[in-house]
Design a protein around this ligand. Sequence first.
Ligand SMILES: Nc1ncnc2c1ncn2[C@@H]1O[C@H](COP(=O)(O)OP(=O)(O)OP(=O)(O)O)[C@@H](O)[C@H]1O
Ligand SMILES: O=P(O)(O)OC[C@H]1O[C@](O)(CO)[C@@H](O)[C@@H]1O
Ligand SMILES: [Mg+2]
Length: 530
Amino acid sequence: MEALTPAAIRPPLIPPIRARISVHALVSFGSVQIPNRRKIEVKAKSEKRSASAAAASVDYTDPDWKSNYQKDFEARFRIPHLTDALHDAVPYPSTFCLRMRTPVSPDFAEGYPSDGEWHGYVNTNDRVLLKVIRYSSPASAGAECIDPGCTWVEQWVHRAGPREKIYFKPEEVKAAIVTCGGLCPGLNDVIRQIVITLEIYGVKKIVGIPFGYRGFTDSSLSEMPLSRKVVQNIHLSGGSLLGVSRGGPTVIQIVDSMVERGINMLFVLGGNGTHAGANAIHEECRKRQLKVAVVGVPKTIDNDILLMDKTFGFDTAVEEAQRAIYSAYIEAHSAYRGIGIVKLMGRSSGFIAMQASLASGQIDICLIPEVPFNIHGPNGVLNHLKYLLETKGSAVVCVAEGAGQDLLQKTNATDASGNIILGDIGVHIQQETKKFFKEIGFTADVKYIDPTYMIRACRANASDGILCTVLGQNAVHGAFAGHSGITVGICNTHYVYFPIPQVIAEPKVVDPNSRMWHRCLTSTGQPDFI
Ligand SMILES: Nc1ncnc2c1ncn2[C@@H]1O[C@H](COP(=O)(O)OP(=O)(O)OP(=O)(O)O)[C@@H](O)[C@H]1O
Ligand SMILES: O=P(O)(O)OC[C@H]1O[C@](O)(CO)[C@@H](O)[C@@H]1O
Ligand SMILES: [Mg+2]
């Protein structure tokens, strides 16, 4: 039986991508010169590899390359539908008409309610533009071009929202929600909106699967009945009402369990691993010709899902990180030659560290996984810290958990999902800093703050609350519209559906040649540590 591990499942999930090209491929087209700064080595090797492989497969001498590219793009971003495998699946007029149904009358006894006057549906052919900047040169900051000449190529993705036709009768739906991976602010907000929206469609059978995918097979755990009443106030707390977990059963076991329970709509809240699982569940259902919709809602505090403006929980994390940074600043500033070090989450992407550094304006050194650095040596972090103590009297460092892993001893240990367990770079920098200043006989007062789990356990802030609300609602609209193997996202401020494989092909990372990273460097004033 197929095990639910990255190695076992990831390969077949990602269809061959003929022409995925990102900024990293373009760096080789022209020489990108950053003023007063050496060209930064990009550490995101997987993205570089796939990008250059994709670039190699486009023949720019073919006069039709652009239209071929666009056709290929459209095919890759097509959102799978139940009718792809179930040719006789029929649509019904939507029951999402916002007309109140009274609790006493049996719903749909006189046919489905419809709202002839209501024009709030999204047309299936509506699209959103994925890329909105027209770069005139590959050397332009952050340029993402398809060809060496940076030709403008329109890339459209599917607009999310309620459709006029639905593929499930609400009274025949049993919907389940599952939350997997690590915690993230906003999980409860999304659960709440999914339940509320399902009820508006007229669904009565809604359950929560406890503790991630594990809840499908662990006989000691029973599914949790959900209703508006149950979820009404859950967004006021952090965490997940349903609980989370890593690892768990196989895809086959999960689908067997869904069949046994009669689940035909599954909402999966989680990161890249969870989405890989969701896509595998969707494929398995399709193979078995089951009328099941599997829809994801990307949950990652690290903000490392491709193509989206941001993921829910990220904003809250950046906001909460300010408190830790402020404390580190106060400690450092109040001490004689004080150094404050703050570690933030970000396994492979430094978005939280970068944005929190920018937002606080109190960071002197920001270290992220995407940009290599040395701690020791003439250009190292420690020498710069000494310089800061001599000139400013104090310093604050913000380090992402995945930064500088090449400087730590590798253990090859993995968690239950197969994710590599990282070395603690925060503690390492703290220890090396103390050692360094002691050895050179230079007084320095080092304070270390690790707020990572405090940040993750928070409830969502207002902006994340809104994002969660829209994503949760759109997830339900997508399932009712008959789509499966999709996920929801925000793209250039509009809400869209993506086929799952397109957003989890690799983690989204900070581009060291982007304007945002350069803004961060401008703010901190830090040099290269190489
Ligand atoms: N490649 C994969 N295919 C199928 N299932 C997977 C895959 N990777 C992980 N999973 C399953 O998805 C669940 C969550 O995965 P994981 O622990 O990696 O968290 P995640 O969704 O990536 O979230 P986070 O951002 O918190 O790491 C686990 O139950 C795991 O078994
Ligand atoms: O300790 P846990 O729960 O396994 O999760 C830690 C990881 O989860 C994340 O918060 C992502 O959800 C990462 O930033 C972090 O590396
Ligand atoms: Mg993950």
